[in-house]
Design a protein around this ligand. Structure first.
Ligand SMILES: C[S@@+](CC[C@H](N)C(=O)[O-])C[C@H]1O[C@@H](n2cnc3c(N)ncnc32)[C@H](O)[C@@H]1O
Length: 232
């Protein structure tokens, strides 16, 4: 029997917490009980199984710990995840959006094999082997306009990749969450200049900045921007 008391997150749907505010731990309810994805702790509380969500392994967990103002989760969300890797973060989104779907794009065959191995039993994840620079290449597999695009690709053209995909798939008013790694763009330039340039690229292309979140406590040289696609 676990001594951890798990409670609902006061704001984010299907996200759970334990501990005091200054040492909060995050969890999601395990959609595939008994199975972990990346060695995370599984905790049983009142007959339900939860997966601890590690902010050092998942930038989305680091974002939630910074208490963003926008409440971007709903149970029937349709999402596109760019840079799905072996499934760490996408598996937590899968726990959260139990009536939605997440298309996970990954271009490295080895990571894709691990993704399928780690998340194959999760019916709401559709893995797509493809290059996020070419969103039309996976258009045959995506049947609906999307509510949310999450991007974590660590590439020199991060804003451009986000734009290509959001212009193609994201509905008007939809949300883009983008993790920007300055080192992948220009390791010699001032980090704040790099972030500002990426932000401006998106702002000048029909996306309104909702908030900017510093996650450097958990992910070195990263910032996260949350944008809304303009309605007009
Ligand atoms: C930082 S890791 C992502 C970690 C993952 N988001 C998580 O939290 O579980 C970046 C991933 O993006 C993938 N990637 C990079 N460029 C890509 C591209 N153009 N298209 C698709 N995947 C890409 C890499 O292969 C790598 O697996």
């Amino acid at each position: 029997m676990s001594s951890i008391e798990i409670r609902e997150h006061p704001k984010f749907f299907n996200v759970y917490i334990s501990g005091p505010p200054d040492n909060l731990k995050l969890y999601t309810r395990n959609l595939t009980p008994g199975k972990d994805v990346y060695g995370e702790k599984l905790v049983i509380f009142r007959d339900k199984e939860y997966r601890e969500w590690d902010p050092f392994r998942s930038k989305l967990a680091a974002i939630l710990l910074k208490n963003p103002q926008l409440n971007f989760f709903e149970k029937n969300l349709n999402c596109l995840y760019l840079g799905a890797s072996s499934g760490t973060t996408i598996s937590h989104i899968s726990d959260i959006i139990t009536e939605g779907v997440i298309y996970g794009v990954e271009f490295a065959p080895r990571s894709m094999r691990q993704l399928v191995q780690n998340t194959g039993e999760r019916n709401n994840i559709i893995p797509l082997l493809g290059d996020a620079n070419y969103p039309e290449s996976y258009a045959k597999s995506i049947f609906t306009e999307l509510d949310l695009v999450y991007q974590d690709v660590a590439q020199p053209n991060q804003a451009e990749i986000a734009l290509l995909n959001c212009n193609y798939y994201l509905k008007k008013g939809g949300i883009l969450i983008i993790a920007i790694k300055s080192q992948s763009i220009d390791s010699l330039k001032n980090i704040d200049v790099v972030f500002e340039e990426e932000k401006q690229t998106l702002e000048q292309s029909g996306y309104e900045l909702v908030e900017s979140i510093n996650i450097q406590k958990h992910a070195d040289k990263h910032v996260v921007f949350i944008f809304k696609k303009r309605i007009s």
